[in-house]
Design a protein around this ligand. Structure first.
Ligand code: ZN
Length: 420
């Protein structure tokens, strides 16, 4: 496979178009005969059947509508279930190729996506440059394949027990915008400390913790083999990978996940069975006091508050709803992009997720009287490009999220959630 750095389309090899985008991107998986369809009015029972079916890959969920990647054969299977769907992308292969043509080498860091090794180097350099407010921990533990999972702490405060904000990124491998926007937020905080009054004030009274890679193996695999890989890289029979966002110790294996290793929502052999889940959960529990925690995903433009596992309201529902709704309003003011603010469950349950766990008693046992306001954010877009979000959307997506992040942090700092 090609290794040259060039902007040119090199040609066709064994039927697969190969683009040279950077020295490091190299795809082996092809997606011939696959489509993305948008299905509506799905009942909970139908959702349970669809979401646990191997070969059926749910890309996004909104209200009672889902985007699903399937083979053309599986479209028939859905039709037999009585599900109504329309075509969103009639060739996944072409959608991926279109994205790959945009992976050119640019001058500015945030104008392109980067591979794992380069992102690690970027964080190390930032930590050196801003050593007055950054503490860089090279690893909170190793991934299944032995990659480091770093943590980046940012604060101007020297007071003991400074409140903390915990953001984790790239838990789902193919959601590249997640890691890119996390980097954008880090960079924004660092560049503005000492220059922007709001950022300076916030960082002088709060500590941000970023985990740039919850799933480093999966992310590396999306650069080397399969751009649309979601899970971690735990080998399995007959299929590889555990969905880390179904592997946390909160209502694990209840009906919002799958026990089939070939499902995209396979929850693993037990709660925290995966090193990546264990590392992040242990790290979280050893901090105090975390008052806010965001798990960054794409796509669908959603701000999801507890719970994902039940439609019952959380004890903090009025407060969390107000926070989510205000974040939505702040986001729309920037580039006119609408994000829906809602409970995680929407219509369909998800169990063993990071953000429900952040909010749970399990996560907050050592958190003093405080409870982390765990939320999930689904970044751009609404399905036009899906996971294949062009790199020229990194900066606008970062820009529109900043006021919401500042608001979330300030609001919780002023009035942290308490255990009841
Ligand atoms: Zn995700």
């Amino acid at each position: 496979m090609q290794k040259a750095t060039s902007l040119l389309l090199l040609g066709s090899l064994f039927g697969a178009l190969i683009y040279s985008v950077s020295a490091s991107y190299n795809r082996k998986q092809t997606y011939d005969n696959q489509v993305v369809i948008r299905c509506s009015s799905i009942s909970r029972v139908q959702y349970q059947t669809i979401s646990t079916q191997p070969g059926v890959d749910i890309w996004a969920i909104k209200k009672d509508q889902i985007d699903v990647r399937v083979s053309r054969e599986n479209m028939m299977w859905l039709r037999q279930l009585g599900v109504h769907c329309t075509m969103l992308h009639d060739s996944v292969e072409q959608l991926v190729q279109k994205f790959e043509q945009k992976l050119t080498v640019k001058q500015e860091w945030f104008e392109e996506y980067h591979k794992y090794d380069d992102i690690i180097k970027w964080y190390e350099e930032l930590a050196d440059q801003y050593s007055n407010i950054v503490t860089y921990y090279p690893t909170i533990g190793k991934s299944y394949e032995g990659r480091d999972m770093p943590a980046v702490h940012i604060t101007g405060s020297t007071a003991p027990n400074t409140f903390k904000m915990y953001f984790q990124c790239q838990i789902h491998a193919r959601e590249w915008i997640s890691g890119a926007v996390c980097g954008y937020i880090v960079n924004y905080l660092l560049e503005n400390y000492g220059n922007n009054e709001d950022v300076t004030k916030l960082l002088d009274s709060l500590e941000f913790i970023f985990i740039p890679f919850v799933n480093p193996d999966g992310y590396a695999y999306t650069w080397s083999n399969d751009r649309l890989w979601r899970k971690n890289r735990r080998p399995g029979t007959p299929c590889d990978g555990v969905d880390l966002n179904r592997n946390y110790d909160d209502h694990w294996s209840e009906n919002g996940s799958s026990n089939n290793p070939c499902s995209e929502t396979y929850h693993g052999t037990g709660p925290e069975s995966e090193p990546e889940t264990q590392n992040t959960a242990n790290y979280f529990k050893n901090q105090n006091a975390i008052i806010g925690a965001i798990d960054w995903h794409s796509y669908g433009q959603l701000i999801l508050r507890p719970y994902g596992w039940t439609s019952e309201d959380s004890p903090d529902e009025p407060r969390l709803k107000a926070i989510g709704d205000e974040m939505r309003d702040l986001i729309i003011d920037v580039h006119d992009e609408y994000y829906t603010s809602q409970k995680g469950i929407g219509l369909y349950p998800t169990t063993g997720t990071a953000s429900d766990w952040f909010y749970s008693d399990n996560a907050n046992l050592n958190n003093g009287d405080y409870r982390a306001a765990g939320i999930t954010i689904e970044l751009r877009d609404n399905g036009q490009s899906g996971f294949l979000l062009p790199p020229d959307q990194i900066i606008p997506n970062g820009e529109e999220i900043i006021p919401a992040v500042m608001y979330y942090a300030n609001n919780l700092l002023e009035n942290p959630l308490k255990m009841v």
